[in-house]
Every structure is written in structure tokens, then in C-alpha cells.
Write a protein that binds this ligand. Structure first.
Ligand SMILES: Cc1cc2nc3c(=O)[nH]c(=O)nc-3n(C[C@H](O)[C@H](O)[C@H](O)COP(=O)(O)O)c2cc1C
Length: 259
């Protein structure tokens, strides 16, 4: 079983590329039923050098996993800090064994803090071109039953994961910072495509506008997918660019969520 969470589609691309290589199926969070397979592969992005709370909380809420092996394939723009340890600890607490833990470097989608923006087209293209080969090599590790950790920790990994991650989760992942701008035409694509169904369209002065509830993963899909760049987060996203992995658009079209 492959369990995937994805905001802008990078992790979805990895999960869908991996599935046929290891003869497995993809389940998208939050729609997780009972786990019956002994092999579980989590595919998700890295958030602030850690495991996204939407994924970590799901792992922590699992029933006893004794006898199962859980692997992690995490996508990140640059590096993952000590997210591998965070995953291993959470899996061990559920009684399971952790197997392969690997990162795939993919286009960056983080835009909210000053100094952060999506990659240039060239960089994004280069990363996407390298993805199939990297996923194939991770598939081989999983099939060979290796318990390998093959991740890009980056510099100052301890500080990033143990100090910055908890601060980030407390202060930089609030749905209250999302807002629509004057460019919004009320098309509702943000609401239709939010992976957690956390955006309602409500009456504005001349048309409907998005309103964010509390159940937000801070995945930034709403910001990136808006066709009018009409969603902001705090004050610093106005001049930032957008990024969506083509796999997400194809998937949403198949689900009739967008045309
Ligand atoms: C809230 C947030 C925090 C992020 N933090 C990191 C990070 O610590 N390190 C990193 O390399 N990339 C980081 N990124 C970039 C994503 O991990 C990367 O673009 C990932 O492939 C996105 O996957 P998705 O398209 O499946 O959502 C962050 C993105 C978001 C939205």
C-alpha cells in the first residue's frame, strides 16, 4: 500500500511512478481506510525539515503496526534535515519496522517566508527530468528489502528539524494567513481542489470568495493552483511565482474537479 499526501503534485507524481514498479496501489490522504498490507510506503513532501503534521498525525493515530514494514519516500526542494529520524521514531512508536527512507529532490513550492520562491523553469525542469530514474532506484531498494536511508540531510540538520520545525508548525502554518485578493473572480477552483476540503466559497461584496477553515495542511495548493494568482499568504507572496506539477492537473481533470 502506498499512502500519499501531496499539495502541488510532486509527491503524487512520485507515488504514481513508484506504484507500477513495486506493483502497489496509491491511497491519497486524508482518505485512509484500514491498512491490511504488511508493506506500507508513505510518499509525502518535507515541510520545514520535518514530516508534515497531516502525515505525522496520521501515523501517530495508527493502530498497532507490529509485523509491518513502513517505508518513506519524501519529496523536497533541497534537503530534509532530520525528517528521516522523525519518521523512524513515529513508526517505531506504532510498533512497526522502518524500511527504506529516501528523498527525491523536486521543484520547490515554498513561497511564504521572505527569500523563498519557486525554482526557475530551468531548475524545475532539471529536477523533474531526474525524477523517473531516482524513483526507479528507490523502487529497487524497496523490492530488495533494503533498510537503507538515502536522504539529503543538508546543513545544520539538527537545528532545522529540532528547533525550526516546531516553531514553523506553531507559527507559519496557520490557515488564518490565507486570503483572496482583488484579482479573485470567485471561480472556486481553490475550494474544489483543496485536498482537505477546507475552503468554502462564501458571499463577498460582488461575487463569492474563498474562506479557509481550521483543517489546513499548509500545502499551498490553493495558492499555486489559482488561475488568477489571487490567493496570498501573509504579506510576502504577492510577488512570488506559482508552481503545479502536471501530474496533479491530470489527476484533478480525471476526477472532474477542473476542466
Ligand atoms: C510548508 C512548506 C514547507 C517546506 N519546507 C521544505 C523544507 O524544509 N525543505 C525542502 O527542501 N523543501 C521544503 N518545501 C518544499 C516541498 O517539500 C517540495 O516542493 C515538495 O516536493 C512539494 O511536494 P508536493 O508537490 O507533493 O506538495 C516546503 C514546502 C512547503 C509548502
Amino acid at each position: 500500500m502506498i499512502i500519499c499526501f501531496s499539495g502541488t503534485g510532486n509527491s503524487l507524481q512520485v507515488a504514481e511512478t513508484l506504484a507500477p514498479l513495486i506493483d502497489d496501489n496509491v491511497t491519497l490522504l486524508p482518505d485512509l481506510g484500514e491498512i491490511t498490507d504488511n508493506r506500507v510506503v508513505w510518499v509525502c513532501p518535507i515541510y520545514s525539515w520535518g514530516i508534515p503534521p497531516v502525515v505525522l498525525d496520521t501515523i501517530k493515530a495508527l493502530p498497532d503496526q507490529t509485523g509491518r514494514e513502513h517505508h518513506l519516500v519524501a519529496t523536497c526542494g533541497d534537503d530534509c534535515g532530520l525528517a528521516d529520524r522523525m519518521f523512524r521514531d513515529a513508526i517505531a512508536e506504532r510498533g512497526a519496522q522502518s524500511g527504506v527512507i529516501a528523498t527525491v529532490i523536486m521543484p520547490n513550492n515554498y513561497v511564504a517566508l521572505p527569500g523563498f520562491d519557486v525554482d526557475s523553469h530551468e531548475t524545475a525542469r532539471r529536477k523533474l527530468d531526474a525524477t523517473p530514474e531516482r524513483v526507479a532506484s528507490i523502487a529497487r531498494m524497496i523490492l530488495n528489502d533494503d533498510s537503507l536511508t538515502d536522504v539529503t540531510h543538508g546543513s545544520m540538520a539538527w537545528i532545522k528539524t529540532r528547533i525550526i520545525y516546531p516553531w514553523f508548525v506553531r507559527n507559519e502554518m496557520s490557515p488564518k494567513r490565507f486570503h483572496s485578493t482583488d484579482a479573485c473572480i470567485g471561480c472556486g477552483i481553490c475550494s474544489l481542489t483543496c485536498p482537505l476540503g477546507n475552503i468554502d466559497m462564501v458571499n463577498g461584496s460582488s461575487h463569492q470568495v474563498p474562506c479557509w477553515g481550521d483543517n489546513c495542511a499548509a500545502c499551498f495548493r490553493c495558492y499555486h493552483i489559482c488561475p488568477h494568482h489571487a490567493i496570498g499568504y501573509g504579506k510576502s507572496t504577492k510577488s512570488k511565482k506559482q508552481y503545479v506539477n502536471p501530474t496533479l492537473m491530470e489527476n484533478l481533470k480525471k476526477l472532474n474537479k477542473i476542466k
